[in-house]
Design a protein around this ligand. Structure first.
Ligand code: CA
Ligand code: CA
Length: 297
């Protein structure tokens, strides 16, 4: 790599599982930029309103483009994923999958809505136009061992479905294997907190990311940061479990980085931190704690 041009990974190069044995499709130096061509989470099987979300091959869903080997990344390091740009396709889709979603038992029938993108809006219907806020739902590194589908968010990232992970955000992922083996996919043109029906506006996209190896930051699970906010995030058996882990991580971060006492940190979270639901549907629900940086003088 020279002259500042970005690398590119084709949407032909995808994985459906995070696995330390996945062969890297690209090797980059820390600080280099990669354009990832991402297939939508349905692996491009939903193209028209008559394409119903039934009989999915669950082994071939939620593809992540990659993996990319980042030179110098070692277990215990943190991979900084700087999301620089997201260019979405002209059309996405939202589906209700039988047996999936927050109210799955109340919505047993498959349902598809094709959603065109026009002038920065997602055209849900003639009467309903949603401003786009694109982000990749899945950002993942290889776990230390085993082969894990990308669908359940874990400490190595995966299907986090947090709309906080948009352009301008740095996603911090803990590194478990040499080179980190990073992949990204599952872009949503827009999504509400919760992603309640189980899918958002699922869409093909190109995601431009700078990958940086951080040798000093030590984390157990992903964190997010923007110019305005610092965020912890976690998953649990229940939303309640997830919220408590994310809150404890935020308290620890305030003690370590801002010199607060434990009591001060807990109280500050009560006064200024928003506990937000990321998603309620990916088996382990996700919560993020959102701290505004502007409160620090
Ligand atoms: Ca997702
Ligand atoms: Ca999705």
């Amino acid at each position: 790599m020279d002259d500042g041009k970005a690398h590119r990974v084709s949407m032909k190069d995808v994985v459906f599982k995070a696995d330390c044995n996945n062969p890297p499709v690209l090797r980059v130096q820390s600080g280099e930029t990669v354009v990832f061509e991402c297939r939508d989470a349905f692996n491009q099987t939903i193209q028209k309103s008559t394409d119903l979300p039934i009989n999915f091959d669950m082994e071939r869903i939620n593809p992540a483009t990659g993996p990319v080997f980042v030179e110098g990344a070692e277990p215990g390091d943190t991979l900084e994923v700087h999301i620089l740009a997201i260019d979405i396709a002209k059309q996405g889709s939202c589906c209700i999958l039988p047996g999936f979603g927050y109210l799955a038992s109340e919505f047993p029938e498959p349902w598809t809505r094709i959603i065109p993108i026009e002038d920065g809006k997602a055209i849900f219907s003639e009467e309903v136009k949603i401003p786009i806020n694109p982000f990749p739902g899945t950002l993942i590194v290889a776990p230390a061992e085993g082969s894990h589908g990308t669908l359940i968010p874990k400490e190595y990232g995966g299907n986090m479905d947090s709309r906080a992970c948009t352009v301008g955000t740095i996603v911090y992922l803990p590194v478990f294997v040499k080179g980190a083996l990073f992949g990204v996919g599952d872009v949503h043109a827009a999504q509400g907190d919760g992603e309640v029906c189980g899918t958002a506006i699922e869409i093909d996209a190109e995601v431009t990311i700078k990958l940086v190896v951080n040798k000093t930051k030590k984390i157990q699970r992903p964190q997010y940061e923007t110019n305005e906010y610092f965020m912890t995030t976690a998953w649990g058996e229940t939303t309640d479990d997830a919220a408590k882990i994310a809150l404890r991580d935020m308290i620890d971060w305030l003690i370590t980085n801002k010199g607060l006492t434990r009591e001060e940190a807990y109280a500050l979270c009560s006064c200024a931190v928003d506990m937000r639901i990321s998603q309620l549907v990916d088996i382990t629900p996700g919560v993020r704690a959102v701290l505004p940086k502007s409160i620090f003088t």
